[in-house]
Write a protein that binds this ligand. Structure first.
Ligand code: HEM
Length: 138
């Protein structure tokens, strides 16, 4: 008989993994490929934005599942809490960066767009690094 709690975590993890791939991979693609046309960059900014949104939502659902089954959130301390806070700050900043990009990037020079993608990449890579610390220190 399949355990519904495990199934829930696994499904949320699928969303969380694809979200992580979108935010890090999307920004990495933009940085390391030849400069792409502005409309394609905009499309990718949407994808990366959905990735950040997926991380926030699926991260919250992780917590909600734990709370549903145990009546409280996981008891984490020290490095694990710091890692979770880093991830949350990266997610909020990533969403804000994408919102700025979608609102204003039409008027930006190539150099400014490049800096925006650099910031998005650093935020994604930082969150992905923090995820490993959250996993193994909790
Ligand atoms: C509001 C933001 C976020 C919250 C609340 C959140 C929360 C969580 C939670 C509760 C877990 C399960 C931890 C465990 O297995 O011990 C997790 C796993 C994970 N998160 Fe996040 N997360 C967030 C953002 C991100 C971001 C932005 C990324 C990557 C760019 C990310 C990447 C990962 C990865 C790769 C795992 C699996 C780690 C593993 O099992 O090895 N998360 N996250």
């Amino acid at each position: 008989m399949i355990d519904l709690q495990d199934l829930g975590y696994a499904i949320v993890q699928v969303v969380h993994n694809f979200g992580a791939t979108a935010v890090v991979g999307g920004a990495a693609f933009m940085l390391y490929m030849a400069p792409q046309p502005a409309p394609l960059q905009r499309k990718l900014a949407w994808l990366v934005g959905f990735g950040w949104g997926a991380q926030v939502l699926s991260g919250m659902v992780f917590g909600a599942i734990s709370h549903y089954y145990y009546g409280k959130f996981p008891d984490i301390h020290g490095i694990a809490i710091a890692a979770l806070v880093v991830k949350m700050l990266c997610a909020v900043s990533g969403l804000a960066m994408v919102a700025l990009y979608l609102r204003y990037a039409d008027g930006w020079a190539d150099r400014q767009r490049h800096v925006a993608w650099q910031i998005l990449f650093v935020l994604g890579a930082t969150a992905l690094t923090a995820a490993a610390f959250l996993r193994w220190f909790s």
